[in-house]
Design a protein around this ligand. Structure first.
Ligand SMILES: *Cc1c(COP(=O)(O)O)cnc(C)c1O
Length: 465
Protein backbone atom coordinates (compact mmCIF):
# COMPACT_ATOMS: atom_id res chain seq x y z
CA UNK A 1 0.00 0.00 0.00
CA UNK A 2 1.41 3.37 -1.10
CA UNK A 3 0.29 6.83 -0.05
CA UNK A 4 0.19 10.04 -2.07
CA UNK A 5 -0.19 13.66 -0.95
CA UNK A 6 -3.31 15.74 -1.69
CA UNK A 7 -1.01 18.49 -2.99
CA UNK A 8 0.74 16.23 -5.44
CA UNK A 9 4.45 16.99 -4.97
CA UNK A 10 5.56 15.15 -1.79
CA UNK A 11 7.25 11.77 -2.11
CA UNK A 12 5.07 8.65 -2.18
CA UNK A 13 5.41 6.80 1.15
CA UNK A 14 4.44 3.50 2.75
CA UNK A 15 2.22 3.19 5.82
CA UNK A 16 5.02 3.35 8.42
CA UNK A 17 6.50 6.55 7.03
CA UNK A 18 3.06 8.15 6.74
CA UNK A 19 2.45 7.21 10.37
CA UNK A 20 5.62 8.97 11.53
CA UNK A 21 5.41 11.95 9.17
CA UNK A 22 1.87 13.19 9.88
CA UNK A 23 1.80 16.12 7.44
CA UNK A 24 3.29 15.62 3.95
CA UNK A 25 6.34 17.72 3.05
CA UNK A 26 4.39 19.71 0.44
CA UNK A 27 1.89 20.74 3.14
CA UNK A 28 -0.69 18.19 1.97
CA UNK A 29 -2.28 15.17 3.65
CA UNK A 30 -1.65 11.54 2.75
CA UNK A 31 -4.24 9.22 1.17
CA UNK A 32 -3.95 5.69 -0.27
CA UNK A 33 -2.95 5.79 -3.95
CA UNK A 34 -5.72 3.24 -4.55
CA UNK A 35 -8.59 2.69 -2.10
CA UNK A 36 -8.71 -0.88 -0.82
CA UNK A 37 -12.06 -2.67 -0.61
CA UNK A 38 -13.26 -5.46 1.67
CA UNK A 39 -14.76 -8.62 0.22
CA UNK A 40 -18.50 -9.02 0.75
CA UNK A 41 -17.79 -12.27 2.68
CA UNK A 42 -15.46 -10.42 5.04
CA UNK A 43 -18.12 -7.82 5.84
CA UNK A 44 -20.71 -10.59 6.19
CA UNK A 45 -18.49 -12.27 8.84
CA UNK A 46 -18.45 -9.24 11.16
CA UNK A 47 -21.56 -10.06 13.22
CA UNK A 48 -19.62 -13.08 14.56
CA UNK A 49 -16.41 -11.17 15.24
CA UNK A 50 -15.19 -9.09 18.17
CA UNK A 51 -14.29 -5.39 17.97
CA UNK A 52 -10.58 -6.30 17.82
CA UNK A 53 -11.10 -8.87 15.07
CA UNK A 54 -13.09 -6.38 13.00
CA UNK A 55 -10.34 -3.78 13.60
CA UNK A 56 -7.72 -6.15 12.15
CA UNK A 57 -9.83 -6.89 9.03
CA UNK A 58 -10.54 -3.18 8.47
CA UNK A 59 -7.07 -1.77 9.20
CA UNK A 60 -4.78 -4.37 7.64
CA UNK A 61 -5.59 -3.43 4.01
CA UNK A 62 -4.25 0.07 4.86
CA UNK A 63 -0.97 -1.11 6.42
CA UNK A 64 -0.26 -3.67 3.72
CA UNK A 65 2.68 -5.99 4.35
CA UNK A 66 4.47 -3.45 6.53
CA UNK A 67 2.54 -4.68 9.56
CA UNK A 68 1.34 -8.27 9.82
CA UNK A 69 -2.16 -9.28 10.87
CA UNK A 70 -0.72 -10.98 13.96
CA UNK A 71 1.13 -7.81 15.03
CA UNK A 72 -1.95 -5.72 14.41
CA UNK A 73 -4.04 -8.14 16.45
CA UNK A 74 -1.65 -7.89 19.41
CA UNK A 75 -1.59 -4.07 19.27
CA UNK A 76 -5.36 -3.74 18.92
CA UNK A 77 -5.89 -6.16 21.80
CA UNK A 78 -3.62 -4.08 24.06
CA UNK A 79 -5.09 -0.77 22.90
CA UNK A 80 -8.71 -1.76 23.51
CA UNK A 81 -8.02 -3.49 26.82
CA UNK A 82 -7.73 0.06 28.23
CA UNK A 83 -11.48 0.53 27.61
CA UNK A 84 -13.93 -0.16 30.42
CA UNK A 85 -16.09 -2.62 28.43
CA UNK A 86 -15.21 -5.62 26.21
CA UNK A 87 -17.53 -4.23 23.54
CA UNK A 88 -15.17 -1.19 23.37
CA UNK A 89 -17.77 1.07 21.69
CA UNK A 90 -21.19 -0.18 22.88
CA UNK A 91 -24.46 0.71 21.17
CA UNK A 92 -27.40 1.94 23.24
CA UNK A 93 -30.82 1.80 21.60
CA UNK A 94 -32.97 4.85 22.42
CA UNK A 95 -35.91 3.59 20.35
CA UNK A 96 -36.22 1.10 17.49
CA UNK A 97 -34.17 2.58 14.64
CA UNK A 98 -32.27 5.15 16.71
CA UNK A 99 -29.08 4.17 18.56
CA UNK A 100 -26.21 5.94 20.26
CA UNK A 101 -22.72 4.62 19.53
CA UNK A 102 -20.79 5.32 22.74
CA UNK A 103 -17.21 6.08 21.73
CA UNK A 104 -16.21 7.39 25.17
CA UNK A 105 -15.36 4.26 27.17
CA UNK A 106 -11.59 4.82 26.95
CA UNK A 107 -9.35 6.29 29.68
CA UNK A 108 -10.11 9.98 28.96
CA UNK A 109 -13.86 9.66 28.29
CA UNK A 110 -13.71 11.02 24.73
CA UNK A 111 -13.65 9.32 21.34
CA UNK A 112 -10.06 10.36 20.65
CA UNK A 113 -8.93 7.41 22.82
CA UNK A 114 -10.17 4.94 20.15
CA UNK A 115 -7.56 6.15 17.66
CA UNK A 116 -4.84 7.40 20.01
CA UNK A 117 -4.49 4.14 21.98
CA UNK A 118 -3.79 2.23 18.77
CA UNK A 119 -1.62 5.00 17.29
CA UNK A 120 0.72 4.87 20.33
CA UNK A 121 1.22 1.11 19.92
CA UNK A 122 1.77 1.44 16.17
CA UNK A 123 4.39 4.15 16.67
CA UNK A 124 6.26 2.19 19.35
CA UNK A 125 6.25 -0.86 17.12
CA UNK A 126 7.67 0.98 14.11
CA UNK A 127 10.28 2.86 16.18
CA UNK A 128 11.35 -0.39 17.84
CA UNK A 129 11.85 -1.98 14.43
CA UNK A 130 13.98 0.97 13.35
CA UNK A 131 15.73 1.30 16.70
CA UNK A 132 14.67 4.96 16.74
CA UNK A 133 12.94 7.40 19.08
CA UNK A 134 10.50 10.23 18.59
CA UNK A 135 9.30 13.30 20.45
CA UNK A 136 5.71 14.36 20.17
CA UNK A 137 4.84 17.97 20.80
CA UNK A 138 1.22 19.03 20.64
CA UNK A 139 -1.10 21.83 21.69
CA UNK A 140 -4.50 21.14 23.19
CA UNK A 141 -7.63 23.09 23.99
CA UNK A 142 -8.86 20.11 26.01
CA UNK A 143 -9.47 16.57 24.75
CA UNK A 144 -6.51 15.74 22.51
CA UNK A 145 -3.82 16.37 25.14
CA UNK A 146 -5.24 13.98 27.71
CA UNK A 147 -5.82 11.28 25.09
CA UNK A 148 -2.21 11.61 23.85
CA UNK A 149 -0.69 11.52 27.36
CA UNK A 150 -2.81 8.53 28.36
CA UNK A 151 -1.92 6.66 25.16
CA UNK A 152 1.84 7.28 25.28
CA UNK A 153 2.41 7.01 29.04
CA UNK A 154 3.60 3.44 28.63
CA UNK A 155 5.60 4.10 25.46
CA UNK A 156 9.21 2.93 25.46
CA UNK A 157 10.25 5.01 22.47
CA UNK A 158 8.25 8.23 22.52
CA UNK A 159 8.37 11.29 24.76
CA UNK A 160 5.33 13.53 24.79
CA UNK A 161 5.10 17.24 25.56
CA UNK A 162 1.61 18.75 25.58
CA UNK A 163 1.05 22.51 25.80
CA UNK A 164 -2.19 23.84 27.24
CA UNK A 165 -3.31 27.42 27.90
CA UNK A 166 -2.93 28.07 31.62
CA UNK A 167 -6.29 28.34 33.40
CA UNK A 168 -8.32 27.70 30.24
CA UNK A 169 -8.99 23.97 30.28
CA UNK A 170 -11.50 22.31 32.60
CA UNK A 171 -10.37 20.72 35.89
CA UNK A 172 -11.04 17.20 34.65
CA UNK A 173 -9.26 17.86 31.35
CA UNK A 174 -6.20 19.30 33.15
CA UNK A 175 -6.02 16.48 35.68
CA UNK A 176 -6.10 13.88 32.90
CA UNK A 177 -2.88 15.46 31.60
CA UNK A 178 -1.15 16.25 34.90
CA UNK A 179 -1.72 13.15 37.05
CA UNK A 180 0.07 10.43 35.01
CA UNK A 181 3.42 9.86 36.79
CA UNK A 182 5.53 8.39 33.97
CA UNK A 183 8.74 10.28 33.20
CA UNK A 184 8.16 10.37 29.42
CA UNK A 185 4.98 12.50 29.51
CA UNK A 186 5.05 16.23 30.21
CA UNK A 187 2.13 18.63 30.55
CA UNK A 188 3.14 22.27 30.17
CA UNK A 189 0.92 25.21 31.10
CA UNK A 190 1.70 28.16 28.85
CA UNK A 191 1.03 31.76 29.89
CA UNK A 192 -1.18 32.40 26.86
CA UNK A 193 -4.14 31.26 24.78
CA UNK A 194 -4.70 28.05 22.82
CA UNK A 195 -3.69 29.94 19.67
CA UNK A 196 -0.36 30.86 21.35
CA UNK A 197 0.20 27.17 22.17
CA UNK A 198 -0.51 26.19 18.58
CA UNK A 199 1.79 28.90 17.24
CA UNK A 200 4.62 27.56 19.47
CA UNK A 201 4.11 24.02 18.14
CA UNK A 202 4.09 25.26 14.56
CA UNK A 203 7.28 27.26 15.16
CA UNK A 204 9.01 24.15 16.54
CA UNK A 205 8.06 22.18 13.43
CA UNK A 206 9.30 24.99 11.18
CA UNK A 207 12.70 25.10 12.94
CA UNK A 208 14.25 22.25 10.95
CA UNK A 209 17.44 21.91 13.04
CA UNK A 210 15.37 21.61 16.17
CA UNK A 211 12.89 19.31 14.47
CA UNK A 212 15.64 16.89 13.43
CA UNK A 213 17.54 17.09 16.72
CA UNK A 214 14.59 15.77 18.74
CA UNK A 215 12.92 13.64 16.00
CA UNK A 216 9.73 15.69 16.22
CA UNK A 217 6.50 13.92 15.30
CA UNK A 218 2.80 14.82 15.41
CA UNK A 219 -0.36 13.09 16.53
CA UNK A 220 -2.96 15.70 15.64
CA UNK A 221 -6.07 14.71 13.74
CA UNK A 222 -4.45 14.86 10.29
CA UNK A 223 -2.39 11.75 11.10
CA UNK A 224 -3.70 9.12 8.70
CA UNK A 225 -3.41 6.28 11.22
CA UNK A 226 -5.92 8.04 13.48
CA UNK A 227 -8.50 8.11 10.70
CA UNK A 228 -7.92 4.47 9.81
CA UNK A 229 -8.46 3.43 13.44
CA UNK A 230 -11.80 5.23 13.45
CA UNK A 231 -13.15 3.31 10.45
CA UNK A 232 -13.56 0.21 12.63
CA UNK A 233 -16.53 1.42 14.65
CA UNK A 234 -18.66 2.18 11.58
CA UNK A 235 -18.38 -1.49 10.56
CA UNK A 236 -18.81 -2.61 14.16
CA UNK A 237 -22.06 -0.63 14.58
CA UNK A 238 -23.51 -1.90 11.29
CA UNK A 239 -22.59 -5.50 12.19
CA UNK A 240 -24.33 -5.28 15.58
CA UNK A 241 -27.48 -3.70 14.17
CA UNK A 242 -27.79 -6.32 11.45
CA UNK A 243 -28.96 -3.78 8.91
CA UNK A 244 -28.02 -4.62 5.34
CA UNK A 245 -29.85 -1.82 3.52
CA UNK A 246 -27.57 0.87 4.92
CA UNK A 247 -27.71 2.89 8.11
CA UNK A 248 -27.35 6.64 8.43
CA UNK A 249 -24.70 8.07 10.77
CA UNK A 250 -24.86 11.49 12.45
CA UNK A 251 -21.36 12.63 13.40
CA UNK A 252 -20.28 15.55 15.66
CA UNK A 253 -17.74 17.26 13.42
CA UNK A 254 -14.78 19.56 14.03
CA UNK A 255 -11.67 18.74 12.03
CA UNK A 256 -13.61 16.35 9.74
CA UNK A 257 -11.56 13.35 10.91
CA UNK A 258 -14.33 11.28 12.41
CA UNK A 259 -16.75 11.77 9.52
CA UNK A 260 -14.00 11.19 6.94
CA UNK A 261 -13.53 7.79 8.60
CA UNK A 262 -17.22 7.17 7.76
CA UNK A 263 -16.54 8.14 4.15
CA UNK A 264 -13.57 5.73 4.16
CA UNK A 265 -15.85 2.96 5.50
CA UNK A 266 -18.10 3.56 2.50
CA UNK A 267 -15.15 3.36 0.11
CA UNK A 268 -14.17 0.05 1.76
CA UNK A 269 -17.62 -1.33 0.97
CA UNK A 270 -19.94 -0.53 3.91
CA UNK A 271 -23.51 0.26 2.85
CA UNK A 272 -24.31 3.69 4.30
CA UNK A 273 -27.48 5.65 3.61
CA UNK A 274 -26.70 9.17 4.84
CA UNK A 275 -23.50 10.52 6.38
CA UNK A 276 -24.63 13.56 8.33
CA UNK A 277 -22.15 16.28 9.29
CA UNK A 278 -23.30 17.73 12.62
CA UNK A 279 -21.91 21.17 13.52
CA UNK A 280 -22.52 23.61 16.34
CA UNK A 281 -22.85 27.36 15.74
CA UNK A 282 -19.49 27.18 13.93
CA UNK A 283 -21.24 26.10 10.76
CA UNK A 284 -18.64 26.43 7.99
CA UNK A 285 -19.39 22.94 6.61
CA UNK A 286 -23.21 23.26 6.47
CA UNK A 287 -22.76 26.68 4.82
CA UNK A 288 -20.30 25.21 2.28
CA UNK A 289 -22.76 22.44 1.42
CA UNK A 290 -25.59 24.96 1.04
CA UNK A 291 -23.74 27.65 -0.97
CA UNK A 292 -20.80 25.94 -2.72
CA UNK A 293 -18.33 28.33 -1.04
CA UNK A 294 -16.09 27.35 1.86
CA UNK A 295 -15.83 30.67 3.70
CA UNK A 296 -14.29 31.24 7.13
CA UNK A 297 -15.89 33.36 9.83
CA UNK A 298 -14.55 34.07 13.31
CA UNK A 299 -14.82 31.18 15.76
CA UNK A 300 -17.54 31.53 18.40
CA UNK A 301 -17.25 29.80 21.79
CA UNK A 302 -19.95 27.17 22.41
CA UNK A 303 -20.78 24.43 24.94
CA UNK A 304 -19.12 21.94 22.54
CA UNK A 305 -15.56 23.38 22.44
CA UNK A 306 -14.02 20.48 20.49
CA UNK A 307 -16.14 21.53 17.52
CA UNK A 308 -15.30 25.26 17.77
CA UNK A 309 -13.27 25.20 14.58
CA UNK A 310 -13.26 27.15 11.34
CA UNK A 311 -10.63 25.29 9.35
CA UNK A 312 -11.56 21.59 9.17
CA UNK A 313 -8.10 20.24 8.29
CA UNK A 314 -9.24 16.83 7.07
CA UNK A 315 -11.73 18.40 4.64
CA UNK A 316 -8.72 18.72 2.32
CA UNK A 317 -8.74 14.93 2.00
CA UNK A 318 -12.35 14.95 0.86
CA UNK A 319 -11.72 17.86 -1.51
CA UNK A 320 -9.02 15.81 -3.22
CA UNK A 321 -11.44 12.91 -3.72
CA UNK A 322 -14.43 15.02 -4.74
CA UNK A 323 -12.42 16.96 -7.35
CA UNK A 324 -11.42 13.69 -9.02
CA UNK A 325 -8.00 13.69 -7.24
CA UNK A 326 -7.01 17.02 -8.78
CA UNK A 327 -4.02 18.19 -6.71
CA UNK A 328 -3.74 21.47 -8.64
CA UNK A 329 -7.33 22.27 -7.64
CA UNK A 330 -6.53 21.45 -3.99
CA UNK A 331 -3.40 23.62 -4.01
CA UNK A 332 -5.34 26.58 -5.47
CA UNK A 333 -8.16 26.14 -2.96
CA UNK A 334 -5.72 26.12 -0.02
CA UNK A 335 -3.86 29.17 -1.34
CA UNK A 336 -7.17 31.01 -1.67
CA UNK A 337 -8.16 29.97 1.86
CA UNK A 338 -4.89 31.35 3.26
CA UNK A 339 -5.07 34.66 1.39
CA UNK A 340 -8.82 35.37 1.10
CA UNK A 341 -10.26 33.14 3.85
CA UNK A 342 -12.47 31.30 1.34
CA UNK A 343 -12.51 29.18 -1.79
CA UNK A 344 -15.07 27.99 -4.31
CA UNK A 345 -15.93 24.28 -4.19
CA UNK A 346 -16.21 24.20 -7.98
CA UNK A 347 -16.56 20.65 -9.30
CA UNK A 348 -16.50 19.24 -5.73
CA UNK A 349 -19.79 20.91 -4.74
CA UNK A 350 -22.19 18.49 -6.39
CA UNK A 351 -20.23 15.52 -5.00
CA UNK A 352 -20.34 17.04 -1.51
CA UNK A 353 -24.13 17.34 -1.76
CA UNK A 354 -24.50 13.72 -2.81
CA UNK A 355 -22.02 12.24 -0.30
CA UNK A 356 -23.13 14.16 2.82
CA UNK A 357 -25.94 15.96 4.54
CA UNK A 358 -25.10 18.73 7.04
CA UNK A 359 -26.94 20.30 9.97
CA UNK A 360 -25.86 23.02 12.37
CA UNK A 361 -27.26 23.12 15.90
CA UNK A 362 -27.64 26.40 17.80
CA UNK A 363 -26.89 26.55 21.53
CA UNK A 364 -30.67 26.53 22.08
CA UNK A 365 -31.05 23.37 19.96
CA UNK A 366 -28.30 21.69 22.01
CA UNK A 367 -29.96 22.54 25.33
CA UNK A 368 -33.36 21.33 24.03
CA UNK A 369 -31.81 18.06 22.80
CA UNK A 370 -30.12 17.39 26.16
CA UNK A 371 -33.40 17.98 28.03
CA UNK A 372 -35.42 16.01 25.49
CA UNK A 373 -33.18 12.90 25.49
CA UNK A 374 -33.22 12.91 29.30
CA UNK A 375 -37.01 13.29 29.53
CA UNK A 376 -37.90 10.87 26.71
CA UNK A 377 -35.27 8.15 27.09
CA UNK A 378 -33.59 8.85 30.44
CA UNK A 379 -30.34 9.23 28.50
CA UNK A 380 -27.68 11.87 29.24
CA UNK A 381 -26.10 13.41 26.12
CA UNK A 382 -22.94 15.54 26.21
CA UNK A 383 -23.09 18.82 24.23
CA UNK A 384 -21.09 17.44 21.26
CA UNK A 385 -23.29 14.37 20.96
CA UNK A 386 -26.33 16.61 21.30
CA UNK A 387 -25.41 18.36 18.03
CA UNK A 388 -25.51 14.99 16.27
CA UNK A 389 -28.80 14.09 17.96
CA UNK A 390 -30.31 17.31 16.57
CA UNK A 391 -28.90 16.47 13.12
CA UNK A 392 -30.38 12.96 13.21
CA UNK A 393 -33.82 14.25 14.16
CA UNK A 394 -33.75 16.74 11.30
CA UNK A 395 -32.32 14.53 8.56
CA UNK A 396 -33.82 11.09 9.19
CA UNK A 397 -36.38 11.66 11.95
CA UNK A 398 -34.34 9.08 13.84
CA UNK A 399 -35.02 6.14 11.52
CA UNK A 400 -32.23 3.59 10.90
CA UNK A 401 -29.77 6.05 12.35
CA UNK A 402 -26.73 5.83 14.58
CA UNK A 403 -25.70 8.94 16.53
CA UNK A 404 -21.97 8.93 17.29
CA UNK A 405 -21.37 9.96 20.88
CA UNK A 406 -17.92 11.53 21.16
CA UNK A 407 -17.74 12.36 24.89
CA UNK A 408 -19.09 11.35 28.29
CA UNK A 409 -21.30 14.09 29.79
CA UNK A 410 -19.10 14.17 32.94
CA UNK A 411 -16.40 15.79 30.85
CA UNK A 412 -18.57 18.90 30.50
CA UNK A 413 -20.30 19.07 33.91
CA UNK A 414 -20.84 22.84 33.98
CA UNK A 415 -22.75 22.90 30.69
CA UNK A 416 -24.91 19.92 31.66
CA UNK A 417 -25.67 21.32 35.11
CA UNK A 418 -26.70 24.68 33.65
CA UNK A 419 -29.18 22.90 31.34
CA UNK A 420 -30.58 20.09 33.51
CA UNK A 421 -29.79 21.29 37.04
CA UNK A 422 -27.98 18.00 37.68
CA UNK A 423 -24.22 17.64 37.75
CA UNK A 424 -23.06 14.42 36.03
CA UNK A 425 -20.48 12.51 38.10
CA UNK A 426 -17.31 10.84 36.87
CA UNK A 427 -17.48 7.06 36.46
CA UNK A 428 -16.34 5.41 39.73
CA UNK A 429 -13.06 4.15 38.26
CA UNK A 430 -11.98 7.74 37.51
CA UNK A 431 -12.93 9.40 40.81
CA UNK A 432 -9.29 9.12 41.97
CA UNK A 433 -8.44 11.80 39.38
CA UNK A 434 -9.80 14.47 41.68
CA UNK A 435 -7.39 13.48 44.50
CA UNK A 436 -4.24 12.44 42.61
CA UNK A 437 -1.16 14.66 42.80
CA UNK A 438 -0.66 16.91 39.81
CA UNK A 439 2.67 17.50 38.11
CA UNK A 440 3.19 20.11 35.43
CA UNK A 441 5.58 22.77 34.31
CA UNK A 442 4.52 26.39 33.81
CA UNK A 443 6.42 28.24 31.10
CA UNK A 444 6.20 31.66 29.45
CA UNK A 445 5.00 32.06 25.87
CA UNK A 446 8.59 31.96 24.64
CA UNK A 447 9.88 29.63 21.90
CA UNK A 448 13.54 29.50 23.07
CA UNK A 449 12.57 28.60 26.65
CA UNK A 450 10.26 25.87 25.43
CA UNK A 451 12.82 24.42 23.03
CA UNK A 452 15.36 24.19 25.88
CA UNK A 453 12.75 22.41 27.96
CA UNK A 454 11.97 19.89 25.21
CA UNK A 455 15.67 19.25 24.47
CA UNK A 456 16.46 18.62 28.13
CA UNK A 457 13.56 16.21 28.68
CA UNK A 458 13.39 14.09 25.56
CA UNK A 459 15.43 10.93 25.08
CA UNK A 460 15.70 11.36 21.30
CA UNK A 461 18.17 14.23 21.82
CA UNK A 462 19.92 13.24 25.06
CA UNK A 463 20.74 9.70 23.99
CA UNK A 464 19.33 8.27 27.23
CA UNK A 465 18.15 4.69 26.77
C1 LIG B 1 -12.33 16.02 18.66
C2 LIG B 1 -13.75 15.96 19.02
C3 LIG B 1 -14.78 16.12 18.05
C4 LIG B 1 -14.51 16.44 16.60
O1 LIG B 1 -13.96 15.38 15.89
P1 LIG B 1 -13.26 15.62 14.46
O2 LIG B 1 -12.63 14.32 14.10
O3 LIG B 1 -12.24 16.72 14.70
O4 LIG B 1 -14.30 16.05 13.50
C5 LIG B 1 -16.10 15.99 18.47
N1 LIG B 1 -16.41 15.75 19.77
C6 LIG B 1 -15.44 15.61 20.73
C7 LIG B 1 -15.87 15.37 22.15
C8 LIG B 1 -14.09 15.70 20.40
O5 LIG B 1 -13.15 15.56 21.35
Amino acid sequence: MKYISTRGTAPTLGFEDVLLAGLARDGGLYLPDVWPTLKAETIASFPNKSFVEIAVDVIHPFTGDEISRAELHRMATEAYATFDTPEVTPLVELKPGLSILELFHGPTLAFKDVAMQLLARLMDHVLEKRNARATIVGATSGDTGGAAIEAFRSSKRVDVVILFPEGRVSDVQRRMMTTPKEANVHAVAIHGTFDDCQALVKAMFNDHDFRDSVELSGVNSINWARIVAQVTYYFWAASRLGNTKGLSFAVPTGNFGDIFAGYAAKRLGLEIDKLIIASNANDILPRALETGVYAMKDVVATMSPSMDIQISSNFERYLFEASGRDSAFVRDAMTSLASRREFDLGPAWSKLKSDFAAVSATEGDVADAIRNAKATYGYGLDPHTACAYVAAERETAGSNTVVLSTAHPAKFPDAIESITGERPGLPAHLEHLLQDTERFETLPNDLAVLQDFVRSRCRASTGVQ
